[in-house]
Design a binder for this molecule. Structure first.
Ligand code: OXK
Ligand code: ADP
Ligand code: MG
Length: 569
C-alpha cells in the first residue's frame, strides 16, 4: 500500500478510487460513458448516474466501444468506454484498436486483476495481463496502482488520446483500487485538468512556401479531403481554401459533406478522372493507404506531385514520395496555405472539365436511381432514400455493409460536415448500432443507419440498446438474404455459407425489441416508411427487400477477395 493510503488519521474525510476516477473524468468534461457493467466495475455505472451523468449500457462491449470512439470523433473529447476484465476488456479492445486506426480519441477503462496474482499466474477470476495485451493496439496503455495517481492517469489518458494524431488509450484499473481510500483533501489536490491537451501544430513557413509553389504551378491540382480534415472542425477554413483557389476537391467517405457534395467544385462523381489526370494532389487529413491504392498504380494514372497536410510527421512518405509535406494540424496548415496562395490563378479550364464529367456521371446515375425493377435493387432503393434525406441535411447517416456501403456512399449526398459515419479505415462490419447510438446521443438529432443485412447482424442485439434509450434512429436493413448477395446456390445437404434464412423478419425483430418495424418492397413504400420514421422520432427498423441477385462480391473492393484458380475451368 502507498504512503497516501497507508495511514489516514481518524475523523479525516475520505475519498476512494471510484470517486477520484469520476471526479477526474467530470473535470475533463466527460458526461457520457458507454459500457457494459459487471465485476469489478458495476458500481461505476450506478455512481456515475447518481451524479446526474449518463451511462449508456450496451449488450456487448464491442459496440459500447464503437459508440465511445464515434463520440470522440464527433465531439473532440475522448469517448469513454468502461468494461469488466478479460473477456469484456477483449471485446472493448477491438473498438479501441479500431478507434486508433481511425484516429478517433477514445479511452477504454477496464477493471482488472491484482498484480500479485496475475504476475504469478495464480488463476484469478477473469485473470489476464490486460495492460500488455492492450499496448500494441492503442496509442498508450497505462495501469493505475494508487488512488493518488488516478488524477495524473486520467490527465495523461486525455492528453494522449487528443494530442497529435488522435487515438485510443487503455486505462487498466486493478479491482482493489476502486475501494482503496485516501484523504479527500489529498485526493482533491491530486486532480487537475490538462492545459491545451490538443495544441495547434504550426507548419514551418518554408514548408508552406514549398507547398504553395507546387500548387501555384500546377495545371490540374486536386484537393483530397480525409476524415482527419473532418475531425479538425475547421470547416469554414477548408471551404475557403477550396473556393479561394478554385481547385476541384474530392472527399474520402467520412469527409463527405465537409464541403457539400453538391458544391460546384465537388469532383466526387468524377473520382477516377481527378485521381488519374491531376498533376498535384493536396492530401488534407487523408492517408495514402489501401483506400487510395497506396498512391500507386492505375488509380493514379500519370505521375503525381503530392502535398500532404498531416499532424503525424511519419505519415509523410508512408507509401510514395511526398514532394511538399506540411506537418501540422489541419487548421493551421490550411490557413497558412490560404495566405500563401492568395491571388493564385484559378485552374478554371481543369475545374470545368471536372465539373462536366461529374455532371455527366450524376445524370447517368440519376437514371438508374429512378428505374423501377420488379424487386428493389441498390440503385432505386437508395434513390428513394436520397430523395428523403436531402430534406434532412442534419441527419447523421451511419453506413455499413459491402454493396450497401459502396452504393450508399455513391448515391447519398452529404451536405454538412461529420454527418456520415461508416466502416472507416479498416472497413469494419458491425459498427452500425454503436455508431448510431453515439451519433444520436452526441448530436441530439435523428440518425439513419443504412446497413447490409450481414453487417446489421454483427450488432443486431444492440438495437435493444437503441430502443431502451428511445433514440431517434431509423435502421434500414438492406435485406438481400445473404453476405454480398442472396442468390448463391447451396451445396448438397447444407445451406450455403453465404446465405441467411430467407424468412428473416427484421421488422418483427424491431417490435420484439421494443421498436417500430415495417417491411417495404418498393421505393415508394421505403420513402414513406423513412419519412414516417424520421417524423415519429421513434426507434425503427425498415426491412427493405432487395433483389438477392443485386450487388457484387465485396462491393467495389471485390479484387481483395482471393479465389483459387486450381480446378477452375
Ligand atoms: C461517386 N460516383 C458518382 C457519384 N459519386 N457517380 C454519380 N453520382 C455520384 N454522386 C462515381 C465515382 O466517380 C466513381 O466512378 C464511382 O462512382 C465510385 O465512387 P467512390 O467514391 O465510391 O469510389 P471508389 O472507386 O469505390 O473508391 C475506392 C474506395 C471505396 C476503396 C475508396 O470503394 C471505399 O471506400 N471502399 C470501402 C470498402 C469497405 O470498407 N468495405 C467494407 C466491407 S467489405 P468512376 O467512374 O469515377 O470511377 C467486406 O467486409 O468482406 O467484403 C468484405
Ligand atoms: P481517410 O480514410 O478519410 O482518408 P485517414 O483516416 O486515412 O482519412 O487519415 C486521417 C489522417 O488525418 C491521419 O493520418 C491523421 O494523422 C490525420 N489527422 C487527424 N486529425 C488531424 C488534425 N487535426 N490535423 C492534421 N492531421 C490530422
Ligand atoms: Mg446482404
Amino acid at each position: 500500500m502507498t504512503n497516501a493510503t497507508a495511514v489516514v488519521p481518524e475523523g479525516v474525510e475520505l475519498t476512494d478510487g471510484f470517486h477520484l476516477l469520476m471526479d477526474a473524468l467530470e473535470m475533463n468534461g466527460i458526461t457520457n460513458i458507454y459500457g457494459l457493467l459487471g465485476i469489478p466495475v458495476t458500481e461505476i455505472g450506478r455512481m456515475w448516474q447518481a451524479r446526474g451523468n449518463k451511462f449508456y449500457s450496451f449488450r456487448n462491449e464491442q459496440n459500447a466501444g464503437y459508440a465511445a470512439s464515434v463520440a470522440g470523433y464527433l465531439t473532440k473529447k475522448p469517448g469513454v468506454c468502461v468494461t469488466v476484465s478479460a473477456p469484456g476488456f477483449l471485446n472493448g479492445l477491438t473498438a479501441l484498436a479500431n478507434a486508433t486506426t481511425n484516429c478517433f480519441p477514445m479511452i477504454l477503462i477496464s477493471g482488472s486483476s491484482e498484480r500479485e496474482i496475475v504476475d504469478l499466474q495464480q488463476g484469478d477470476y477473469e485473470e489476464m495481463d490486460q495492460l500488455n495485451i492492450a499496448r500494441p493496439h492503442c496509442k498508450a496503455s497505462f495501469r493505475i496502482n494508487r488512488p493518488e495517481d488516478i488524477g495524473v492517469a486520467v490527465v495523461r489518458a486525455v492528453r494522449t488520446a487528443l494530442s497529435g494524431r488522435p487515438g485510443g488509450v487503455y486505462l487498466d484499473i486493478p479491482a482493489r483500487l476502486f475501494s482503496t481510500v485516501m484523504s479527500a483533501e489529498e485526493g482533491k489536490k491530486s486532480l487537475w485538468v490538462p492545459v491545451d491537451p490538443a495544441p495547434a501544430q504550426i507548419p514551418a513557413p518554408s514548408a508552406v512556401q514549398r507547398a504553395a509553389e507546387l500548387i501555384k504551378n500546377a495545371k490540374k491540382p486536386l484537393i483530397l479531403l480525409g476524415k482527419g480534415a473532418a475531425y479538425a472542425q475547421c470547416d469554414a477554413d477548408i471551404k475557403a481554401l477550396v473556393e479561394e483557389t478554385g481547385i476541384p476537391f474530392t472527399p474520402m467517405s467520412m469527409a463527405k459533406g465537409l464541403v457539400s457534395d453538391t458544391h460546384p467544385q465537388c469532383g466526387a462523381a468524377a473520382r477516377s478522372m481527378v485521381l488519374q489526370e491531376s498533376d498535384v494532389v493536396v492530401l488534407i487529413g487523408a492517408r495514402l493507404n489501401w483506400l487510395l491504392s497506396h498512391g500507386k498504380g492505375k488509380t493514379w494514372g500519370n505521375p503525381k506531385k503530392f502535398v500532404q497536410i498531416d499532424i503525424q510527421a511519419n505519415e509523410i512518405d508512408s507509401n510514395v514520395q511526398i514532394h511538399a509535406p506540411l506537418v501540422g494540424d489541419v487548421q493551421s496548415c490550411v490557413n497558412a496555405l490560404r495566405d500563401a496562395l492568395k491571388g493564385m490563378n484559378k485552374p478554371t479550364e481543369w475545374m470545368n472539365a471536372v465539373a462536366e464529367r461529374a455532371a455527366g456521371s450524376r445524370a447517368k446515375l440519376a437514371t438508374k436511381l429512378s428505374t423501377a425493377t420488379p424487386v428493389m435493387n441498390y440503385h432505386n432503393s437508395l434513390g428513394a432514400i436520397r430523395d428523403v434525406l436531402k430534406n434532412y441535411p442534419d441527419i447523421t447517416l451511419v453506413n455499413e455493409g459491402a454493396n450497401a456501403l459502396d452504393n450508399a456512399r455513391m448515391v447519398i449526398d452529404q451536405y454538412l460536415p461529420r454527418k456520415r459515419v461508416d466502416t472507416g479505415t479498416w472497413g469494419v462490419m458491425g459498427i452500425g448500432m454503436g455508431s448510431a447510438a453515439a451519433a444520436a446521443v452526441e448530436t441530439g438529432k435523428p440518425v439513419v443507419a443504412i446497413c447490409g443485412d450481414s453487417a446489421f447482424g454483427f450488432s443486431a442485439m444492440e438495437y435493444e440498446t437503441l430502443t431502451r434509450y428511445n433514440l431517434p434512429v431509423t435502421v434500414i436493413v438492406m435485406n438481400n438474404g445473404g453476405i454480398y448477395r442472396g442468390d448463391e446456390a447451396s451445396p448438397e445437404h447444407q445451406f450455403s455459407c453465404m446465405l441467411f434464412n430467407p424468412n428473416t423478419r427484421y421488422d418483427q425483430l424491431s417490435i420484439a425489441l421494443g421498436g417500430e418495424g415495417v417491411r417495404v418492397n418498393t421505393p415508394e413504400e421505403l420513402a414513406k416508411a423513412l419519412e414516417d420514421s424520421i417524423k415519429s422520432g421513434k426507434t425503427t427498423i425498415i426491412d427493405a427487400i432487395i433483389d438477392p441477385a443485386a450487388g457484387v462480391e465485396s462491393g467495389r473492393i471485390g479484387n481483395l477477395n482471393i479465389v483459387s484458380t486450381i480446378g477452375k475451368k
